[in-house]
Write a protein that binds this ligand. Sequence first.
Ligand code: FES
Ligand code: FES
Length: 156
Amino acid sequence: MASMTLTINGKIHSVNVQQGTPLLWVLRDSLGLTGTKFGCGEGYCGCCTVIIDGDAVKSCGASVESAVGKKITTIEGLSRDRDHPVQRAWIEEEVPQCGYCQSGQILTAAALIARNPHPSDSDIDAAMDGVLCRCGTYHRIRRAIHHAADLKAGAK
Ligand code: FES
Ligand code: FES
């Protein structure tokens, strides 16, 4: 076991875990941040996605030690009052169906519009490609990302 310090949602957390433990296990099992979901555990579905230093990262494939010293954002910390433009757009466009994939979708979309304020449809498709939705909410996701970009720009 090794003691490690993680910065998650602006707070410092100390954890005592084995080297190589997936960040996903630490978030969910050690820290109770269960908004980050377990799907495949093998890097295919994307429902475990978090933001690390601005990049959307599948936390099942990231070792806990790889996240030390970096800024980690989970769905619990994306905003204080669910007022991030992506969250507002998600609500207004009524994106979720069962909801299971949605924290990964929202965080991937948030990372996208942070680096690309006006993504095209093809930018959106490329960025969101690794996050699967069994309920097929892809059209609403694309619409909500355009809406979020507008909200962020203050256009609507
Ligand atoms: S649980 Fe991480 S990609 Fe599926
Ligand atoms: S909303 Fe059900 S899996 Fe995406």
